[in-house]
Design a protein around this ligand. Structure first.
Ligand code: NAD
Length: 263
């Protein structure tokens, strides 16, 4: 078995109560990393955190963190820093913004998307980068979307806010290289989480079609003809924040079954 060298590393994974965030937390925990995991509420997080700690014989820290509230983000980051003295790995994950055609999305919805998808990552970076610098390095992985490679129809909020995120990550990969902080993004295509179920449902309603037809639309352009598995996504994320990927920074890696076709 390949040792990723993650045992005892201090990781913070946001929006980790389910879906891709939870999958990343599980994969890191399995490798023996200490994992602070955040969500809006603490109940299901506590259960998951306990299971991860048991499985990886490691320490986990479940924390309520409302990503729309920068004070909550600051409190959470500080709690991890107090507990473990540093953060080696940040997996910056947020809930995805609403879907829909451009004119169905009003100014307020744009604001919500910015507050929920872009600003929390900026707040996290502000809080975590100084401690990584002080500790001699770190790994930052942002979860975006395949929409940064090729625009996804009816996903303007996601396409737009995640391109901004990608610009930040690429800029930081240059700015922070001399601090031994590597910054990458993972760009998921359709992966089997609650969010995907919701998106398929939204396509079904928008087009007045069946669930199967809506799912077929989502998979239409996926050469591998299936959804990705969240578990595999988490494992890939843990490789990308490990020593094995020590020469990878500024990358925006599609995890999309071939959907984007982008170079
Ligand atoms: P999900 O809906 O399954 O999970 C979202 C997570 O966000 C949950 O853990 C939830 O508890 C948390 N959350 C919601 N509101 C919050 C708040 N105010 N504060 C803190 N946490 C909150 O989504 P997912 O499929 O795991 O997607 C994760 C990210 O990946 C999203 O940004 C999504 O847009 C992106 N993405 C996912 C897919 C996919 O197919 N799953 C495809 C492209 C992009």
């Amino acid at each position: 078995m390949m040792d990723l060298g993650l045992r005892n590393k201090r990781a913070l994974v946001t929006a980790a109560s389910r879906g891709l965030g939870l999958a990343c937390a599980r994969a890191l925990g399995t490798e023996g990393a200490r994992v602070a995991m955040t969500g809006r509420g603490i109940d299901s997080l506590e259960r998951e955190a306990e299971a991860i700690a048991r499985a990886g014989q490691t320490e986990t820290l479940p924390m309520a963190m409302d990503l729309r509230d920068h004070a909550s983000i600051a409190r959470g980051c500080d709690a991890v820093l107090r507990r473990w003295g540093g953060i080696d790995i940040l997996i910056a994950n947020t809930p995805g913004p609403a879907a829909g055609p451009f004119l169905s999305i009003d100014r307020a919805a744009w604001q919500v998307a910015l507050d929920m998808t872009l600003m929390p990552v900026i707040d996290l970076l502000h809080r975590v980068i100084p401690s990584m610098r002080a500790n001699g390095g770190g790994r930052i992985l942002c979860i975006t979307t395949v929409g940064v490679k090729t625009a996804q129809p009816s996903m303007v909020l996601s396409n737009a806010t995640r391109l901004a995120m990608t610009g930040i990550a690429k800029t930081l990969s240059v700015e922070l290289a001399s601090d031994n902080i590597l910054v990458n993004t993972l760009c998921p295509g359709p992966i089997d989480t609650d969010r995907m179920v919701g998106l398929i449902d939204s396509t079904r309603r928008e087009k007045g079609i069946s669930r199967e037809q809506a799912e077929a639309i989502w998979l239409d352009e996926v050469p591998l003809r299936r959804m990705g598995r969240a578990e595999d996504f988490g494992k890939l994320a843990s490789v990308l924040v490990s020593d094995i990927a020590s020469y990878v920074t500024g990358a925006a890696l599609a995890v999309d079954g071939g959907k984007s076709r982008a170079y």
